[in-house]
Design a protein around this ligand. Structure first.
Ligand code: AMP
Length: 398
């Protein structure tokens, strides 16, 4: 496997799997172009070397084959803008005559975007014949789509077998994601603190189990905290709770104790009388939340305790908000934690923020460039931190 920066793409046609699954509004305008921007340095390096680029991506989930709504053609003008002088062409299909001809005619310095891969069911099925057709379009395969690296789809994993070892490599997005995840998981400086939040414990069980082997501190906030609190016998009122996970929560707490991992649960909450932006609120200890009231954010005491731990950390992983940060009344905890992570980073800690909602939160607070790394992959990042080898990564490495 060669290193992307050291590879010379002169006269090569690089077939790059990107993640251009960006959100569009009803007028087909891109509302968040982060994923497109992320791929630009990879494309530019190949063009600068004197190579050409064929881009393939999924885009939403077209159920019945090609539809206007799920066409990647809507992205062409913006891609052209991002790439400035580089000419961007589009093929109305990702395989077939038009794609073959346009790929063959592509000159060094040019970019071709193929139509949505998921117009074909074969993509998600990981179909070999489909992957082989795609592979014929380029001389070298570059996977730069971390967001789909946990899927063994035709373009993310299966395709790699049609390229020899020196003709398949990770792009810069993938390299950055892998490097920072490895740094946190395997080369971390201690103390290593993992901050986990979000709605459900059930989504985070495997990641907690893996982190119990590696972290010094695990901080739990968000809706998932209340299952742990109830498991400890606390009155959590009408807060979110997964009753079928109470035993498991106790097992995780016991395991943390056994391993010497400090497990921090919030001591207090901002509670509300309904799940609404205009709810009545009060701040209460988590020992006794009355029925009819639900915890929607961590309270002041929790903020202070979590902050102390974060500021002493040298490695920080943050996945999931501390409360319903989408509503003003319940965003204080998430904002405070973001500020602590930023401060710890300024003091020399390595901080990785990942998972859709925590990324949305740091972006909303304008802090994304003040942490060490913001992961582009939600599900992929979670699976990486669960300790699994992702198919998109294994396909390039082996
Ligand atoms: P997840 O996708 O599991 O990371 O969950 C993110 C969602 O959890 C966000 O939309 C938050 O609004 C929500 N959330 C965070 N804290 C709470 C809470 N205490 N009660 C209900 N929902 C919450």
């Amino acid at each position: 496997m060669s290193n992307f920066q050291n590879h010379n793409f002169l006269d090569q046609k690089a077939l790059i799997r990107v993640d251009f699954n960006v959100p569009l509004n009803d007028s087909f305008e891109i509302t968040d172009d982060n994923r497109m921007r992320a791929a630009i340095p990879t494309i530019q390096k190949i063009i600068k070397d004197g190579g050409s680029v064929i881009l393939m991506s999924h885009f939403g989930r077209p159920k019945e084959g090609p539809t206007d709504k799920y066409s990647l053609k809507h992205l062409v003008p913006h891609l052209q803008e991002l790439l400035r002088d580089t000419s961007v062409q589009f093929a109305n299909d990702c395989i077939g005559e038009e794609a073959i001809q346009k790929a063959a005619a592509l000159k060094p310095g040019e970019v071709l975007l193929l139509e949505n891969l998921r117009c074909y069911k074969e993509e998600e099925k990981g179909d070999e014949a489909f992957a082989k057709k795609l592979s014929k379009l380029g001389d070298i395969y570059v996977n730069d789509a971390f967001g789909t690296a946990h899927r063994a789809h035709a373009s993310t994993a299966i395709i790699a077998k049609f390229f020899p070892g020196d003709k398949k490599l990770f792009g810069l997005v993938m390299e950055g994601e892998i490097q920072s995840a490895e740094k946190v998981l395997h080369n971390n400086e201690k103390p290593f603190t993992a901050i986990l939040g979000g709605a459900k414990v059930s989504d985070k069980i495997l990641i907690i189990e893996n982190l119990l082997e590696r972290a010094n501190n695990i901080i739990i906030g968000g809706g998932m905290a209340y299952t742990f609190l109830k498991a400890q016998g606390k009155e959590i009122g009408s807060s979110l709770c997964e009753d079928d996970k109470l035993n498991l929560a106790n097992e995780l707490l016991a395991k943390a104790k056994e391993k010497g991992v400090k497990f921090y649960l919030p001591k207090d909450s901002v509670v509300a009388d309904k799940f609404e932006a205009d709810a009545n609120t009060q701040e209460l200890s988590n020992d006794s939340i009355p029925q009819g009231w639900m915890g929607l954010d961590i309270g002041e005491e929790a903020i202070n305790e979590f902050g102390e731990v974060i500021l002493q950390s040298k490695t920080i992983l943050w996945n999931g908000p501390m409360g319903v940060f989408e509503m003003d009344k319940f965003k204080k905890g998430t904002k405070a934690i973001a500020d602590f992570v930023v401060e710890a980073t300024a003091r020399g800690a390595f901080s990785l923020v990942g998972g859709g909602d925590s990324v949305a939160a740091v972006n909303q607070f304008g802090l994304a460039d003040k942490v060490s790394y913001v992961s582009t992959g939600g599900g992929a990042m979670l699976e990486y931190f669960e300790g699994k080898e992702l198919p998109g990564i294994a396909a390039i490495r082996h």
